[in-house]
Design a protein around this ligand. Structure first.
Ligand code: PLP
Length: 374
């Protein structure tokens, strides 16, 4: 089965991991800081805190934004459930705003219409790797004093109006799951320009421990003393995985080039296939695409999914609207809430896309899809 996405691991990655395994540090060692510094090169200098997953990154970002019980978090339903569930776990009410019909990204006007005095964060999702409309979202968030969060699990390496993802929101979260733009097996990170937010993020990922004597309440206890001022968790990304991350980031420019080339080939080869809508792209973004999401018209998405799978082509559907999950249904969310996201979902099909995919493999995807639709 051709997968919809997969990791690209070469000998330089293997060697980078083996080198750490032969050394003194397995968990928190020198590779962690180096990985965070390399990642900050991609965010345009915005500092980063590594964590154990993209989900952990969202949890940490909401904590850093001060999200708590009684707060509201506005986000897109066209996303992986973690964008919403991490806010819900903190006691916030998730408010789903509809998406733009072409990009599938959070619609700034829809978000603006749902702002209340309790809105604490607005979370955009760079769907498929295409950055959301951050200038408009910034204005909405600024008007109500909410933090602007970017779930950039899909979009590391993308840019919006010549500004890199990671520098567009108050808090940006990344995922390094194997199918994403770079991988650390499991892993994630939070980028934040504001020093106080960054420090809250760094502390929460390490049990909330305060090590700096100047900031401790009881600094005279002894050299061993550490204090917890706010509860945290162990979300530390180990040295071994950070070493893989460093090696992967060195390859990201080439991954991006190959993804762009494959996207351009899909655009050309699928242009005249009937019943197909190709992914939209705004003139002012340059995406490093994680997904190639086409839409299948005529109510045929499920049939096309089944037939592609039967032909050994691992297409995927991204995503079931988040509030369709029974956990949200049980909280009173109902189908019909965001009609734009629901009709996008009803037609969406993600075609295989990863840097190691060959032209011949892509041709097979195109021929199989065209054969079904013609
Ligand atoms: C992958 C993903 C996540 C979660 O990341 P993990 O590393 O799998 O925990 C969150 N949001 C979106 C949009 C994702 O694609």
């Amino acid at each position: 089965m051709l997968p919809y996405g997969r990791q690209s691991i070469d000998e330089s990655d293997v060697e980078a991991v083996a080198e750490v395994l032969r050394g003194d540090w397995l968990t928190t060692g020198p590779a962690v800081g180096r990985f965070e510094a390399e990642l900050a090169w991609w965010t345009g200098g915005v500092p980063c805190v590594s964590v154990t997953s993209g989900t952990a990154a969202l949890h940490v970002a909401y904590v850093a934004a001060g999200v708590g019980a009684g707060d509201e978090v506005i986000t897109s339903p066209l996303t992986f459930v973690a964008t919403a569930s991490t806010a819900a776990l903190l006691g916030a009410r998730v408010v789903f705003a509809d998406v733009q019909p072409d990009t599938g990204n959070l619609d700034p006007d829809a978000a603006a219409a749902l702002v209340t005095s309790r809105t604490r964060a607005i979370t955009a999702v760079d769907y498929a790797g295409h950055p959301a409309d951050y200038d408009e979202l910034r204005e909405v968030a600024g008007r109500c004093g909410a933090a602007l969060v970017a779930d950039a699990a899909h979009s590391l390496g993308s840019a919006y109006k010549d500004r890199p993802v990671g520098s567009l929101a108050d808090l940006t979260t990344f995922s390094f799951f194997p199918t994403k733009n770079v991988t650390t097996a499991e892993g994630g990170a939070v980028a934040a320009a504001d020093p106080a937010m960054l420090r809250r993020a760094a502390r929460f990922r390490n049990h909330g421990l305060v090590r700096e004597p100047a900031e401790q309440r009881h600094p005279d206890e002894g050299g061993w003393h550490q204090e917890v001022h706010a509860f945290g968790l162990n979300y530390r990304l180990p040295d071994v995985l950070c070493a893989l991350g460093i090696s992967q980031l060195r390859r990201l420019a080439r991954f991006r080039e190959r993804r762009a080339r494959l996207v351009a080939r899909y655009d050309t080869l699928l242009r005249d296939v009937p019943g197909l809508t190709l992914p939209a792209q705004r003139a002012y973004v340059s995406p490093c695409r994680h997904l190639y999401p086409v839409r299948i018209g005529g109510g045929r998405r499920r049939e096309v999914y089944d037939r592609m799978r039967a032909a050994g082509i691992g297409v995927q559907v991204n995503y079931v609207p988040a509030y369709w999950h029974p956990v949200f249904e049980d909280l009173g969310y109902r189908r019909g809430l965001c009609p734009g996201a629901e009709s996008y979902y009803a037609e969406e099909l993600s075609l295989p896309l990863w840097p190691g995919m060959t032209d011949a493999q892509q041709d097979r995807v195109v021929e199989t899809l065209a054969g079904i639709l013609r």
